[in-house]
Design a protein around this ligand. Structure first.
Ligand SMILES: Nc1nc2c(ncn2[C@@H]2O[C@H](COP(=O)(O)OP(=O)(O)OP(=O)(O)O)[C@@H](O)[C@H]2O)c(=O)[nH]1
Ligand SMILES: [Mg+2]
Length: 402
């Protein structure tokens, strides 16, 4: 759905449309067109308002439109944009299911490797730092190896070490020299291949094949994932079967299963891929799920979950409306954003969020510093009415993860 309209008093047209595969929030693009050429492009969410976008456009083009006429035009467009975003078809959101067996958790190291500019650092920042893809267009090449530590469950001291390896030729030479150092104790290799760049494919596959061999030698228990990345730039009909076959053939003879997953930071595929990566590392804990399911039934909730705040991963969840699935990144993103708002207006830390929706309520509540209780309920009074049960449930969760 899109619209293109003439801007009154000028020779310009404006086109507003929504990105096809936008995942997070509706990504509305505003373009200013002269003749057949798109001369300026803005992202509504990034600039804030249509007024702001117009201000930028008029400044850049040194144009003047009488204030009242401009405002009238903008008001009309805002109505259309609103329709565009609310009519957005509901899509199934990405999820990370409850996947942590807390008794089996150990520190895990994940190597993200691939040629330079294949998108490794962007992937890290989108998945773990809640960055938007358009803020990463000017991301600089990584120098050396960037090491990140994610505390998946600080209470139990479970750590995820994520290593973002620079992809340039010089660095790859260093990795070759000292492969055992880089590959031993690796729980998962995530190799990123840019599918929008066919010229580099052979080089990428050679390096992937080499990395797979190093995994076989130094970390034979480790999992191997190959992300066919930047699929948004490839033609829509391509299902990447050709590239997948080519990659599989090039690593023939390796016992470990190689998971090949098409991804893009511009849609939910990148979260789905990480869901699979995490799942492969951490088996699901049944007992906490049963506990959750019981409380859900007692309180008559639509759904009940406990998330780890920093990563947005589910510790446990009930089977319900959302089919035991969590909106990856979404809930902790909301939490972090409101948390920083609280800082900005100089209020003490965020403790609870209550949302009133058309057919129920969403409650988010932080407990034990790093956990978020998520309840979706048809009734507003559950928090008070079942306070004791909820407190006991929280205690049991804390006991299980400490
Ligand atoms: N279209 C599109 N561009 C992407 C995607 N992921 C990353 N990019 C872009 O690819 C470029 C390179 O991204 P980086 O994340 O710096 O690549 P890198 O693999 O970390 O590169 P090195 O640090 O040099 O090894 C940036 O301009 C990103 O915006 C994607 O899914 N789609
Ligand atoms: Mg990088």
């Amino acid at each position: 759905m899109e619209s293109s309209v003439k801007i009154p008093g000028t020779s310009w047209n404006m086109k507003v449309y929504q990105l096809e595969d936008s995942y997070n929030d509706p990504t509305v693009i505003v373009e200013f067109i002269k003749g057949i050429h798109v001369m300026h492009q803005f992202i509504l969410e990034k600039e804030g308002t249509l007024e702001k976008i117009f201000q930028l456009f008029l400044e850049r083009e040194n144009l003047l439109i009488p204030e009242n006429r401009l405002q009238y035009f903008i008001n009309q467009q805002i109505g259309d944009i609103y329709k565009l975003t609310v009519n957005k078809p509901k899509r199934k959101k990405t999820t990370i299911k409850s996947m942590m067996n807390l008794s089996e958790m150990k520190d895990k190291k994940i190597n993200i490797m691939g040629l330079s500019s294949s998108g490794k650092s962007s992937i890290y920042k989108v998945v773990f730092e809640q960055k938007k893809w358009w803020d990463l267009k000017d991301i600089l090449p990584t120098q050396g190896i960037q090491q990140y530590e994610q505390t998946v469950n600080s209470l139990k001291d479970f750590k995820l070490y994520i290593l973002d390896f620079a992809g340039n030729v010089h660095d790859f030479k260093l990795y070759r020299k000292d492969a055992s150092k880089y590959f031993s104790t690796t729980s998962a290799l995530v190799f990123v291949i840019d599918v929008s760049d066919p010229e580099s494919l052979q080089d990428a596959v050679n390096k992937f094949s080499w990395s797979v061999n190093q995994m076989a030698e130094y970390a034979p228990e480790g999992r191997i994932f190959c992300l066919l990345h930047k699929t948004d730039l490839a033609t829509q009909v391509d299902n990447f079967q050709g590239i997948s076959d080519f990659i599989e053939n090039s690593v023939n003879g390796i016992k470990t299963k190689i998971h090949i997953i098409p991804t893009s930071v511009r849609n939910n595929t990148i979260y789905l891929a990480w869901e699979q990566i995490f799942k492969s590392l951490i088996p699901k804990d049944k007992s906490l799920d049963i506990l959750t399911q019981n409380l859900k039934e007692k309180l008559n909730l639509y759904n009940l979950l406990v998330l780890e705040k920093r990563t947005g991963l589910a510790i446990c969840g009930s089977v319900g409306l959302l089919d035991n699935e969590v909106l990856v990144g979404t809930i902790n993103k909301v939490w972090h954003q409101l948390g920083s708002l609280a800082d900005d207006i100089e209020l003490a830390g965020l403790q609870q969020i209550t949302c009133s929706l058309g057919n129920g309520y969403l409650f988010l509540e932080e407990f034990e510093k790093n956990l978020i209780l998520v309840m979706v309920s048809p009734k507003i009074d559950v928090l008070d009415k079942y306070k004791e049960n909820i407190d006991r449930f929280k205690q049991e969760i804390i006991r299980a993860v400490i």
